[in-house]
Design a protein around this ligand. Structure first.
Ligand SMILES: *Cc1c(COP(=O)(O)O)cnc(C)c1O
Length: 425
């Protein structure tokens, strides 16, 4: 088994824990910055390139502002994410609205703030027509789903044919014709065909499909195609024995497909957009939690003070998150534990049959790669509250970028002020 490095030491965690109770999320500013810079470099060959960070992965204004330094826009999927982007002064062209099953008021708001609307479905053309009273924006994007399986060589990466997203090949051609007739001037295409890919081939393969579609759409509909949005899907090595993607190699692979298909078709001015979430943030966030119970029954359990409310991925998808014990990084993993949270749900386990060093009560467990789709998926089942989010700055200081929820937050949405007064909150 390979090692997975942490960006905080036991000493730092002890210091932090004096001011902030566990569990807490901590993000590594330097890691985020270095990675964002590498991404920009990998696509610098494309003049119009822009990463629209998938806000849903880590919807925190401080994080968004760090990414802004690297020219990142915001990919929003809901009203509140659009509101966040607007409030953080993103320019209209820096906001992408890639949603599905979209409510009317969200389309209206996206249009009002000038976000680029990415239509998930053919029927949304009529729907949008009614919402906007026939006044379509100048630029529209459509989401494509080629169906079938997405394969790299012979291995199946994902199953777009079974996914709820996007338009069929016939539909997207028809959509472009109709939208053009309705006055849309500039077009984009978007597709998200495989999730968390740990392969340098995903983006180049997807890009080729999309570039060929762009040429076909231009030829068949006369549409002026301004951008191809490769969306998210570049993964990270959650397991220590996996090899990380090389974003420079990925960028070059997309470049080659671009020259081959778009360059040759005289479409060398098309911009490449991405909507990465996981790749931008996952490795640079960790959930830190304390061991508070050990239980010896038919198995060995370590109970921690975090639960699936703080990080849902293991419970929801059986996702692997690497765990290290702070200060015991070099000790032998000669114990086997289930690491559990406190929810009254048997799937509330951060790890099952995991080989770890001997864990003592009070040890800090670092749950790795939780920086994307981690805190953000939080909920309040069992009346559990969400933790704080902290930023480990480049100069080593720690800044709280979101406070932990309190019981007062939990009770705030009842129209029942008696609760609050009785509890003196
Ligand atoms: C979730 C999502 C993303 C980000 O996906 P990652 O796997 O985090 O890169 C991008 N675009 C859309 C439309 C999404 O739904």
């Amino acid at each position: 088994m390979g090692q997975k490095k942490t960006f905080v030491t036991l000493e730092q965690i002890k210091e932090i824990n004096k001011n902030y109770p566990t569990p807490f999320y901590i993000y590594d500013e330097k890691g985020i910055r270095d990675n964002a810079e590498k991404l920009q470099k990998a696509f610098s060959w494309n003049k119009g390139y822009r990463e629209y960070f998938a806000v849903k992965a880590t919807p925190n204004p401080y994080i968004l502002n760090i990414l802004k330094d690297y020219g990142c826009g915001a990919d929003c999927s809901s009203m509140t994410e659009l509101m966040m982007a607007y409030a953080l002064d993103y320019k209209p062209e820096e906001i992408m609205f890639s949603s599905n099953d979209t409510p009317a008021e969200e389309f209206a708001y996206a249009n009002e703030i000038g976000a680029t609307i990415n239509l998930d479905d053919f029927t949304h053309i009529d729907y949008l027509d009614k919402v906007l009273d026939g006044k379509f924006p100048e630029t529209i994007s459509c989401r494509y789903n080629p169906g079938g399986y997405f394969k790299l060589g012979t291995s199946i990466m994902d199953n777009p044919g079974d996914a709820k997203y996007g338009m069929t090949h016939e539909q997207i051609i028809e959509a472009f014709k109709i939208l053009k007739a309705k006055g849309v001037k500039k077009f984009g295409i978007h597709a998200f065909l495989a999730s968390n890919t740990v392969s340098n081939e995903y983006y180049p393969t997807l890009a080729k499909i999309m570039f060929e579609l762009a040429v076909e759409l231009r030829d068949k509909t006369g549409a002026d195609i301004k951008f191809v949005n490769l969306s998210g899907g570049i993964g990270i090595p959650y397991r220590p024995d996996q090899e990380a993607n090389d974003i420079a190699v990925i960028g070059e692979g997309v470049h080659r497909a671009y020259d081959e298909v778009l360059g040759r078709a005289g479409m060398g001015d098309v911009s490449i957009y991405t909507e990465l979430g996981r790749f931008m943030l996952a490795p640079y966030g960790a959930l830190v939690t304390k061991a508070i119970h050990e239980k010896h029954t038919y198995k060995e359990y370590i109970g921690v003070d975090a639960c699936a409310v703080n990080l849902m991925r293991p419970a929801m998808y059986g996702a692997y998150h690497h765990i290290t014990v702070a200060g015991k990084e070099n000790e032998k993993c000669d114990h086997m534990y289930d690491v559990t949270g406190s929810l009254c749900e048997n799937n509330d386990k951060f790890a099952i049959d995991r080989e770890l060093p001997k864990i003592d009560m009070g040890d800090y467990l670092i749950i790795h790669d939780a920086g994307a789709h981690g805190f953000a998926m939080g909920y309040n089942y069992n009346g559990k509250l969400k933790s704080s989010e902290l930023l480990l700055k480049e100069n080593g200081e720690v800044k709280m970028i979101r406070r932990a929820e309190t019981p007062k937050d939990y009770f705030a949405t009842f129209d029942f002020s008696d609760i609050l007064s009785k509890l003196d909150l």
